[in-house]
Design a protein around this ligand. Structure first.
Ligand SMILES: Cc1ncc(COP(=O)(O)O)c(C=O)c1O
Length: 390
């Protein structure tokens, strides 16, 4: 669901403004942090909730040579619908048996292969499609998630080389993913980089020639030049959210938050002291006060765990969620202030107009900024704004 700024006919209940100029600026900043590497904009999960197609186009306009998604369906949709250059590289990595391999080969996607079953399926699809598949061999260098264990690597590489000799695949990349890059100095990161180099060299000794070697996510792109290799894959930082508080705020990292989530107050009313608020009456007004009703709830991605803690800017003041967040709405105690119904309540944004940030909500909900932006539901219209700053 999206709506262009300026074409609205009625005020919206709520909106997620997406600042495409900020996204482009973030791409430029991140590219400067990894000057020797190509740049992949990770736009999986609907661009972390920001809208895959507009964000993909903006990232490419700012210089991204690659796009990355988790599922093949996400990548196929980009190829079919985003009107991007035909030769733009699009990679996807989360495959299950019986996946749309043939469609992926025909759409010239780069695909990840980290197991023999996947190699068998992709080579069969290439045979049917009559063109070679572009394959990135995935090494499990320590994350313990997808990818091939070091002990099984020689066999996977050997079989991939055989398929390459038969003209069924081109081994375009070798890659892996880091477990702890958002914790500076964590020993697992150095160990993973060492294993990645070793596994790459072993594959090269077997005869593999890689166009791109890649392992860096946002945190590694920002803090670990030795992880950049030929390509960096950045997700969260593109959207101007810090990978973790330990790395600093978006401003510390030179990034600008892209999403601003706000709603129109549905109601403002006077209530006496001792009035229960919300399901379970987990908040009771300490004295006569005013309550504001924010028409957003957990169905819109506002985390219920932020009941009693989530911050909201109303009329220039930070207010806190009063009581429980419900499916569609929650209440804030306005402490006697009386903004009109329809006044804006800002849950989060860049923070430079006094509003909370996604990181503030992450802290309030005991989660990470990634989850705050990615979960904003489809019921919230995305409103794209695009104004370059001086
Ligand atoms: C394989 C892979 N690469 C890159 C990324 C981007 O990570 P980040 O959003 O931390 O930059 C992700 C996201 O989880 C991922 O799964």
């Amino acid at each position: 669901m999206s709506e262009k700024a300026g074409r609205r006919t009625a005020p919206l209940r709520a909106r997620a403004e997406i600042d495409l100029a900020a996204l482009r600026a973030n791409v430029r900043t991140l590219r400067e942090r990894a000057p020797g590497a190509a740049f992949m904009a990770v736009v999986k999960a609907d661009a972390y909730g920001h809208g895959a197609i507009p964000c993909a186009r903006a990232a490419v306009a700012a210089g991204a040579e690659w796009l990355g998604t988790a599922t093949p369906e996400e990548a196929l949709a980009l190829r079919a619908e985003a009107d991007l250059p035909d030769d733009l590289r699009i990679m996807c990595w989360l495959w299950t048996p019986g996946g749309p391999w043939r469609e992926a080969v025909e759409a010239r996607l780069d695909v990840s292969v980290g197991a023999l079953w996947a190699l068998e399926e992709v080579t069969e699809a290439a045979r049917q499609a009559g063109r070679p598949a572009r394959v990135h061999l995935k090494a499990d260098t320590g994350l313990g998630r997808g990818g091939c264990q070091p002990g099984d690597w020689a066999e996977l590489v050997g079989e991939a080389l055989r398929a390459e000799r038969e003209g069924l695949i081109r081994i375009t990349g070798v890659w892996s993913h880091l477990a702890c890059a958002d914790e500076p100095g964590h020993p697992a990161t150095a160990a993973q980089l060492t294993r990645f180099r070793e596994m790459t060299e072993r594959a090269e000794e077997q005869g593999a020639r890689f166009e791109v070697r890649h392992i860096a996510n946002s945190a590694a792109t920002l803090t670990l030049p030795e992880s950049h290799f030929d390509l960096v894959r950045t997700g969260i930082a593109l959207y101007g959210v810090s990978p973790s508080p330990e790395l600093g705020s978006p401003a510390d990292l030179g990034l600008r938050p892209v999403m601003r989530l706000s709603a129109s107050l549905a109601l403002v009313k006077d209530v006496p002291g001792g009035h229960g608020v919300g399901y379970g009456h987990h908040y009771t007004t300490p004295g006569a006060t005013t309550l504001g009703l924010v028409p957003l709830g957990y169905a819109d991605g506002v985390p219920r765990h932020a009941s009693h803690t989530g911050p909201v800017l109303v009329d220039g003041k930070w207010r806190t969620v009063a009581g429980r967040i419900a499916m569609d709405q929650f209440t804030v105690d306005l402490g006697g202030d009386r903004p009109a119904a329809g006044a804006e309540a800002v849950l989060f944004g860049p923070g430079d107009h006094g509003e909370p940030t996604a990181e503030d909500w992450a802290q309030a909900a005991g989660t990470i900024g990634y989850e705050i932006v990615t979960r904003v539901g489809t019921r919230v219209p995305r409103v794209y704004v695009d104004e370059e700053r001086a």
